[in-house]
Design a protein around this ligand. Structure first.
Ligand SMILES: [Zn+2]
Length: 206
């Protein structure tokens, strides 16, 4: 598996999938946002930026410009990882707002607007109010990521934010299962490994 493989979307929250864009799914660490192209691929898979906008960024960006934005994306990611790691497992307190200042500074740069478009579905209203964004510079690619992080801290119960229990796994997820007993990033990656280890342990003991 390398960073041209599909990225992982196991977090049940886009903000956590962003954190999971660097991971060690098998043995080797994979960095999906290693450069500008990696960032474009991840944003496309996350459906955070329309494909046409990604394409025009790719064509219009100056050499190295997208790589610089990828650096910023990784910095944003690691800053947010520290925040999530510190606060996961319990509800957020109002006084953590001060820690979110870097996120609010990013969100301030947003150039969002809305427009009236024809509705896709046949039923109900003829038009819908669609949020849009001006993609003036490559740095604008960080804005939908910032929005996902902002929505996450406003809507997610951090009591449900967990780290996978896999011994060498770094993946984070929001446990939205009914009994809140989710332990693994996925059965395929860590759950089965744990099951096999428990099985070997039982066999040895028998
Ligand atoms: Zn895991």
């Amino acid at each position: 598996m390398d960073n041209h493989s599909p990225a992982l979307f196991l977090g049940d929250a886009l903000a956590l999938d962003f954190l999971n864009s660097v991971a060690t799914p098998v043995d080797m660490p994979v960095e999906w946002i290693d450069d500008g192209e990696g960032l474009l691929r991840w944003l496309d898979q996350a459906k955070l930026v329309p494909r046409e906008a990604l394409e025009s960024m790719r064509i219009q960006a100056l050499p190295g410009e997208l790589d610089k934005v990828a650096d910023q994306a990784r910095n944003l990611r690691e800053w947010f990882r520290a925040f999530v790691r510190e606060h996961k497992g319990k509800q957020l307190k109002p006084d953590t707002l001060a820690e979110l200042e870097p996120l609010n500074r990013l969100l301030e740069r947003d150039e969002g607007f809305s427009r009236v478009v024809a509705r896709q579905a046949d039923e109900g209203a003829v038009f819908e109010f669609q949020p849009m964004r001006k993609w003036r510079s490559p740095e604008a690619l960080l804005l939908p990521v910032g929005e996902a992080l902002g929505r996450f801290v406003c809507s997610e119960d951090f009591s449900n934010v967990k780290a996978c229990e896999g011994p060498s796994c770094t993946l984070l997820f929001a446990d939205h299962t009914r009994g809140h007993r989710r332990r693994w990033c996925s059965m395929a990656l860590c759950g089965n490994r744990a099951k096999q280890a428990a099985h070997r342990h039982r066999v040895r003991q028998a």
